[in-house]
Design a protein around this ligand. Structure first.
Ligand code: FE2
Length: 282
């Protein structure tokens, strides 16, 4: 008994030593490589998701400088850059730091619709002002460093579900957008789908997109490296299958960013630091 009491503080110290690094909340860079089988040279994509207007250093410098260091050819924003509950200042600082330096594309996330079911005009005006192209059920074929790819983007499904009278406007519902984009993208080029939601992976694979880039799951919030890749994610529940990482289904690859949310999260992230995702297509 007395021996057990003596060991108790040591046990506590070991637990604390294991748990404390898990609370690290600084920016990390996560890198993935995807073999397209079609490119003759590499193309580097920076994927930013779920910023939620959070702060990454003074003037968002930590995030902006991390992106500059990576020298991407393309910057994609997979939704929840804004947050209906938060001031847009940090999002604007971020946009000002990157827009114009790289081709920038954006799709909406659920939080951008949680203001009466419609995107806030101010958020969208800011994107346009900073030169960021929103893909609302749209496709662009771009050529960068001699490599050509189709870039498709869908609105978050909450565009048609949060507000019962709003069906995504002229762009159609989420599923209509997916089907239409797949038809448009049958031109022989490698096709990247930018979508906020990873839980629709089987639809992305069904339509045969080559690569889907997503966010939304925030890494499942709590992780235990090597044991648990995320405890809970919205719209996936407990032990989410697509909390963050690289997934394969048929010929479709999906990469899920764990997002950049920090101070807005009620439950602290655990072994799940905010991340900038870099994808190298080769
Ligand atoms: Fe989010």
């Amino acid at each position: 008994m007395a021996r057990g009491k003596r060991l108790l503080p040591w046990g506590g110290a070991v637990l604390a030593a294991l748990a404390l690094p898990g609370l690290y909340n600084g920016l990390t860079v996560r890198r993935y490589t995807v073999r397209t089988g079609r490119f003759t040279g590499p193309l580097r994509i920076a994927l930013v998701s779920d910023l939620h207007c959070c702060r990454h250093g003074r003037g968002e410098r930590r995030l902006i400088e991390a992106i500059h260091r990576e020298q991407p050819d393309l910057l994609l924003m997979a939704g929840d850059i804004f947050d209906h509950r938060r001031d847009i200042r940090n999002a604007d600082l971020f946009l000002r730091g990157v827009a114009g330096k790289y081709p920038c594309y954006y799709v909406t996330g659920n939080h951008e619709y949680w203001h009466k079911g419609k995107v806030l005009p101010g958020d969208m005006a800011l994107l346009a002002m900073r030169g960021v192209k929103r893909l609302s059920g749209e496709m662009e074929t771009v050529t960068l460093r001699g490599q050509t790819l189709n870039l498709c983007g869908v609105d978050d499904p909450d565009a048609s579900t949060v507000h019962p009278f709003y069906n995504g406007g002229d762009s159609g519902s989420f599923l209509q957008q997916l089907a239409r984009l797949r038809e448009q993208s049958r031109n022989g080029h490698y096709t990247v789908l930018l979508s906020h939601r990873p839980e629709w992976f089987r639809f992305y694979a069904y339509h045969g997109f080559d690569l889907a880039l997503c966010g939304h799951a925030h890494g499942g919030q709590w992780r235990i490296p090597g044991l648990l890749n995320g405890l809970y994610a919205p719209d996936q529940g407990l032990f989410p299958p697509y909390a963050g990482g690289k997934y394969q289904r048929g010929s479709t690859t999906m990469i899920v960013g764990r997002g950049l949310a920090r101070e807005n999260t009620r439950v602290p992230r655990f072994y799940d630091p905010p991340e900038l995702v870099m994808v190298e297509l080769i």
